[in-house]
Design a protein around this ligand. Structure first.
Ligand code: HXC
Length: 257
């Protein structure tokens, strides 16, 4: 089965990917990588899907990369397989991804959460990069994305000591967008995804590209990139409709959504 580590479903214009290896607390092994990337790519290619929700279980979003799968591998094996490089494909998904985290998001689980665009945490969420306790360091982008998200002081603290952040500290530090009671996590994530999916798609994709450019370019280059995207959106029906509807005090009827 292509999807034996995840559950994949569609609700209206929202695609839902649920990590589903409960016996391993959703540890991210090679099969999970294959299935998450395949499911996300399929949703990305489907014009009927306007946003994706990625979530785990009540106990764990994901407790890390699969330690047992890696433990015995040699350095050359890890290098030649380019271990974890496959996750980069997840960051190339253009459709916005809402991450919904309850319980443990550790190591690769924290790193996968940080690849999502909007991150919603249950009050039970715990974030950490405990790789140092295993004799390694983050390998799915943690040292880079955590530092960009929460700054050097907190990133160093977490990566060097392996200590976990609870949901309140994660929100205070800018790691997550919002915190909600655990019982409301999926509803909040779905509502957010539905809101995103109801917006005109060209502007939505441009907005995601523009924000992501902030992590890749200088300020002047990023501002120029944003302005050019902004100009380009005046070539869409949705810009004409959105602005006309405002002036006419009515709801817009978007073409691309
Ligand atoms: C493989 C894992 C796993 C993982 C949990 N399991 N995390 N298997 N890889 N990352 C398995 C356990 O071995 C166990 O299997 C089952 O899931 C349930 O876990 P328990 O430990 O029994 O649960 P609990 O006592 O509630 O403790 C939860 C936990 C703990 C605190 C989250 O599981 C834990 O510390 N996990 C490892 C967290 C971690 O170090 N993550 C970073 C991984 S490295 P059995 O068969 O015994 O029931 C990484 C970056 C890559 O992600 C860098 C290279 C290493």
């Amino acid at each position: 089965d292509q999807h034996d580590t995840v559950l994949v479903e569609t609700r209206g214009r929202v695609g839902i990917i649920t990590l589903n290896r409960p016996r391993a607390l959703n540890a991210l092994d090679a099969a999970t990588l294959r299935d998450v990337v395949a499911a996300a790519a399929a949703f990305d290619a489907d014009p009927a899907i306007g946003a994706i929700v990625l979530t785990g279980s009540e106990k764990a979003f994901a407790a890390g990369a699969d330690i047992k799968e890696m433990a015995a591998r040699s350095g050359p094996e890890m290098f030649l397989a380019d271990w974890f490089a496959g996750w980069d494909a997840f960051t190339r998904v253009r459709t916005p991804v809402v991450g919904a985290v309850a319980g443990y998001a550790l190591g690769g689980g924290c790193e996968l959460a940080m690849m999502c665009d909007v991150l919603i945490a249950a009050d039970t969420a715990r974030f950490g990069q405990p790789e140092i306790n295993l004799g390694v360091i983050p390998g799915m982008g943690g040292s880079q994305r955590l530092t960009r998200a929460v700054g050097k002081a907190k990133a160093m603290d977490m990566v060097l000591t392996g200590r976990q952040m609870d949901a309140a500290e994660a929100e205070r530090s800018g790691l997550v967008s919002r915190v909600v009671p655990a019982a409301e996590l999926l509803d909040e994530a779905l509502r957010t995804a539905e809101t995103i999916a109801a917006r005109p798609l060209p502007a939505t994709l441009a907005a995601k590209e523009a924000v992501n450019a902030a992590f890749e370019t200088t300020l002047a280059q990023g501002v120029l990139f944003e302005r050019r995207l902004f100009h380009a959106l005046f070539a869409t029906e949705d810009q004409k409709e959105g602005m006309a509807a405002f002036a006419e005090k009515r709801e817009p009827r978007f073409t691309h959504r």
